[in-house]
Structures are given as structure tokens and as C-alpha cells.
Design a protein around this ligand. Structure first.
Ligand SMILES: Cc1cc2nc3c(=O)[nH]c(=O)nc-3n(C[C@H](O)[C@H](O)[C@H](O)COP(=O)(O)OP(=O)(O)OC[C@H]3O[C@@H](n4cnc5c(N)ncnc54)[C@H](O)[C@@H]3O)c2cc1C
Length: 499
């Protein structure tokens, strides 16, 4: 029989590697199996012409000393990476002809917004108080690794849109506060908890990484190996063999078989359950429910290489909306421009990324075509979209078109092929305030020794995924063990709770 592990983790993206790190640190014999040649999943970077481009990392919130992600990343030994703090005005929001800045600091944010809309100052203070309350309750739960009671917690069962609409009674303000909609695939069903959590963490502090998000994945993988764990790439998992209520072994595409007491899958839940080689692993209603989860929209990304010393580096993002009514997915009308830097004190940038939502229907016809020989129609779609985005961005970055040297593009089809996420969904399962029981999945599954982790549970994004990894590991090692391990010595109450 092949070697037996305590835990096998399927997928070497952020969540899988975080679980691998934590379990290895606690002495478990762990194995991470990644299908691709490179680790990182959505955090993968690629190099062209000496420049590093990111596929799914642009900025992250909460890395300041004393903030939540800082504490978590210290635990995961990730704070030594080259993080770069963004400007106080970290996000610029353009809606039609109007312009607003998002600034860091809860009270400063309220003040800045009140300067734009003076008669709503009290409401803005109330809004940031809600962001703080939601953040505080997340931290309080994390200290003991308690799960949220999603059926009774008001933040989960209230829609962000309804809350903002009733608080501000002004459609334009509701749009302004939704200005960073692309980082959450916003719609009117998004629970206030998700909206507040994502916005709040960036208002606390906003950061880029110099040199590509993949450093996060590589650092975690190196540490896992140092702690005795194994991380294997080019190892697509093909089957999970189910028998007597348990996954008995994991089989990779090349036929290798691996045994473990516990299996964690960091894949999208639908992709996970398709790997199980039996239809009897759960009740039919459970399987139907998993197969009918609604996913967030995919993303089109143009990674643009620029001429030397041509476009000034901006230490902030531009969120450009052609017009109001942001609470829906709009191809081409909503775009995000993110500037990249390869050094701390860059004056110019060598590359920018421009993103816009793209629906699966736009690319579905090209499924089955090989990535090295796509049909002309697909190439044309990519070219047209990139041209259009550059055109739009030029209104905000003078002379942009003239300074473009090369454009690399990806679509939802690219993401589906690289991460196996159904329909290339950017952020996985959509959370809905009126359907919390179905859309907030727990790490436990219908199979006794199979657990889920990753962005489709609880919250997406770097911070959300990190939090979820802790909850997944708590199912295996126990909540008290994880709480003590990650927070025990750091007195999170003192460090983290917002004054
Ligand atoms: C375009 C885009 C931009 C983003 N920008 C930001 C941002 O600026 N800030 C932020 O905080 N978040 C951002 N995110 C979200 C963030 O990147 C993700 O939430 C997070 O990285 C997801 O990690 P994960 O481990 O859950 O999933 P993934 O990264 O998808 O990892 C899953 C892994 O499993 C592997 N896998 C799949 N099938 C198999 C198989 N059968 N066998 C073995 N391995 C398999 C995949 O190859 C992949 O490596 C962005 C996402 C996208 C798509």
C-alpha cells in the first residue's frame, strides 16, 4: 500500500496551502496535490519581458500592525514578503462624470464621504460603525473559532443594498459606497456581512505586493516542505474513492493512489463532488443543491506591458463606472485599473492590469479548443475587449494607448482551465442574504472525512480565504487547538479589537 498521510489537501492555491501550513505546523503529515505546474491558483503570476504580471491579486486589506490579516499572515510567516502600503486615498471611484476617493481609517472615511454629501454625515458615521461592528464580531468569533450563527445573525440576513438604501435614501450614495463593486461581483442579494467585511478590511489599510502574488504561494509551500509536508505539482486529482461513508483514497490522473485519514478539497464544491466516484456519497437533494449553487461572474483581465518611463505609477486603484446603477454585473461598463510596481519607490509603472466582468456565455462556445490554438473568433473577442478597455482607461491615464507595448489577456475560459472553477467564476459561490443556509457552505460535507475550504465558503478574497482555512483546520484538529495555535499567545482581544 502507498504511504499514508494524516491529511491530503487537493489544490495548491491560497486556501490549500494555508491549510497545509497550519496542519504541518501542528505535526500532521500532510500532502498538497496541485494539478498545475505552478502553485497559487488565482494567485499565480507570470513573467514576460522580465516583468511580473498577476492573474488574480491586486490589493489586500488589513495588513497594518495590529490588524487582522497582519496577525494571520504573521502566523503564516508571510509578513516578510515585500508588501507595499497604498496611498491614504487608495481607491478612486469614477461614476460617469463624478469622482470620489475612498480613504483609509474608518472615521476618516466617514469624514471624507461627509465632505461630498454634508447632509448625510450622521449616516456615514453610522455606516462605518456597522463596518467596525461586523469586523469586531468576526474577530471575537475567530478567537474561539466559533462559527457564526448565520440563520439568526442580522448581518448575514440583511442585504447590503437594502441597508444602504434605507440608511441613505439616496441612490447615488448607494452607488458611491458600492464603487469597488468589481472586487465582490456585487448584486442586490449580497449580504451586508460580506459587503462590510470586504470594504472594512480595505478601509483599515490597503496594500500591494511588489513582485507578484505568487510569492505568497511559494513561501507557504517552502515552509510546508521545511516542516516535513509534501507539495506536489502537475498532480491533478482524478478520483476520490468513496466506500463505507469515507473517502478511502485519492487517485491522481497518472494513476497514483494516496491514502489519508482526512481529505481537504480547496476546489470549488461542484468540482470537488464531481471527483467522487460514487453517486451514493450523499442524499440526492444535497447533490442537487451543490450542483445548482449560483456562482459569481468571471473576469476579463488585460495585463498590459508599457514602454519604459512612460506612465507614472499610481499607488491607488481606479474604479471606473460608465454610469450609476452599479449593483449588477456589467461587461465593459465597470472597469478596474490596477497599477503594478516592481520596487518600493517606483516613479513609473511598467505594467497595469485592467479588469471587467465577463459572462461565461461570451466564451462558452470555445470550450474544448486548445489554449495554444484558439479559433480566430475567440482571439478577436479578446483583442476587441482589450482595445475597448484601454480606450476607456485612456480617459483617466493620458497617452495610455501610445505607451502600450504588449497586452496579455485572460477570460473566464482561462480561469476555468487553470483553476477548474466552473464557468471561470472569479470568486466562487455567490452568497445571498435570503438564502444563507444554501449559500454559506461549511467545511463539513456529507462525507465524514472530506472537508471543504477556499473562496466558495464564507468569504472570498485573500483575507476571507485565510479566515476560512482556519475554520477548515478546526474541523480536523479542534476549535480550541486552532484558537490557541493562531491567537493564543497574541492576545487578539488586546491587539485587534477596534477601539
Ligand atoms: C481576476 C481576479 C482578481 C482577484 N483580485 C483579488 C484581489 O485583488 N484581492 C483579493 O484579496 N482577492 C482577489 N481575488 C480573489 C482571490 O484571488 C481568491 O479569493 C483566492 O486566491 C482563492 O483561493 P482558493 O485557494 O480558494 O482557490 P484557487 O486559487 O482557485 O485554488 C484552487 C487550486 O486548486 C487547483 N486544482 C483544481 N482542480 C484540481 C484537481 N483536480 N487536482 C489538483 N488541483 C486542482 C487549481 O489549479 C488551483 O491551484 C481575485 C480573484 C480573481 C479571479
Amino acid at each position: 500500500m502507498s504511504q499514508k498521510y494524516d491529511t491530503i489537501i487537493i489544490g495548491g492555491g491560497l486556501s490549500g496551502l494555508l491549510c497545509g501550513y497550519l496542519l504541518s505546523k501542528k505535526g500532521q503529515k500532510t500532502l498538497v496535490l496541485e494539478q498545475d505546474m505552478l502553485l497559487g491558483g488565482c494567485l499565480q503570476s507570470f513573467k514576460r519581458h522580465g516583468q511580473t504580471f498577476d492573474t488574480g491579486f491586486h490589493y489586500v486589506g488589513g495588513l497594518e500592525e495590529g490588524q487582522l490579516l497582519n496577525l494571520l499572515f504573521k502566523y503564516f510567516h508571510l509578513m516578510d514578503l515585500p508588501w507595499k502600503k497604498m496611498d491614504k486615498h487608495f481607491d478612486e471611484i469614477f461614476i460617469g462624470e463624478q469622482h470620489y476617493s475612498f480613504v483609509t481609517g474608518y472615521d476618516d472615511f466617514a469624514k471624507q464621504m461627509s465632505a461630498y454629501f454634508p447632509n448625510k454625515a450622521n449616516q456615514f458615521q453610522q455606516y462605518v460603525n456597522i463596518l467596525k461592528d461586523i469586523h469586531t464580531s468576526t474577530i471575537e468569533r475567530l478567537q474561539t473559532m466559533q462559527q457564526a450563527d448565520i440563520t439568526s445573525d442580522q448581518w448575514f440576513n440583511t442585504s447590503a443594498y437594502d441597508y444602504l438604501k434605507s440608511t441613505f435614501e439616496d441612490d447615488h450614495i448607494v452607488d458611491v459606497l458600492a464603487g469597488t463593486s468589481l472586487k465582490m461581483d456585487l448584486d442586490k442579494k449580497m449580504p451586508l456581512y460580506v459587503f462590510a467585511h470586504i470594504n472594512g478590511s480595505f478601509i483599515e489599510s490597503a496594500w500591494r505586493i511588489i513582485g507578484g502574488g505568487m510569492q505568497v504561494a511559494d513561501s507557504l509551500a517552502n515552509d510546508i516542505k521545511k516542516m516535513g509536508g509534501e507539495v506536489l505539482t502537475k498532480m491533478p486529482v482524478a478520483h476520490l474513492h468513496f466506500e463505507n461513508g469515507y473517502i478511502q483514497y485519492v487517485q491522481t490522473e497518472n494513476g497514483e493512489i494516496f491514502h489519508a485519514d482526512h481529505i481537504i478539497s480547496s476546489l470549488h464544491p461542484q468540482a470537488t463532488f464531481h471527483l467522487i466516484d460514487s453517486e451514493n456519497f450523499a442524499r440526492k437533494t444535497y447533490i442537487w443543491r451543490m450542483n445548482h449553487l449560483e456562482n459569481s461572474t468571471g473576469m476579463f483581465t488585460a495585463n498590459i506591458l508599457l514602454k519604459d518611463n512612460a506612465i507614472p505609477y499610481q499607488n491607488r486603484n481606479l474604479h471606473i463606472h460608465q454610469e450609476g446603477n452599479l449593483w449588477q454585473t456589467r461587461y465593459g461598463k465597470d472597469i478596474l485599473v490596477s497599477f503594478t510596481t516592481d520596487k518600493e519607490d517606483a516613479v513609473y509603472t511598467k505594467n497595469i492590469d485592467i479588469l471587467t466582468p465577463m459572462s461565461w456565455e461570451d466564451v462558452a462556445a470555445f470550450v474544448g479548443t486548445h489554449r495554444n490554438s484558439r479559433p480566430e473568433k475567440y482571439l478577436q473577442l479578446k483583442q476587441n475587449t482589450a482595445d475597448f478597455l484601454i480606450d476607456r482607461a485612456e480617459n483617466y491615464i493620458p497617452d495610455l494607448k501610445e505607451q502600450v507595448e504588449q497586452v496579455y489577456t485572460s477570460t473566464p475560459l482561462t480561469y476555468q482551465e487553470y483553476t477548474s472553477t466552473p464557468n471561470g467564476s472569479a470568486y466562487g459561490v455567490k452568497k445571498q442574504y435570503d438564502n444563507v443556509l444554501t449559500t454559506f457552505l461549511t467545511p463539513k460535507t456529507a462525507v465524514k472525512n472530506l472537508y471543504l475550504t477556499g473562496q466558495s465558503l464564507n468569504l472570498h478574497g485573500i483575507l476571507g480565504t485565510t479566515i476560512t482555512s482556519l475554520y477548515t483546520c478546526a474541523e480536523i484538529l479542534g476549535a480550541d487547538t486552532i484558537a490557541e495555535e493562531v491567537f493564543g499567545r497574541q492576545n487578539p482581544k488586546k491587539v485587534l479589537l477596534i477601539q
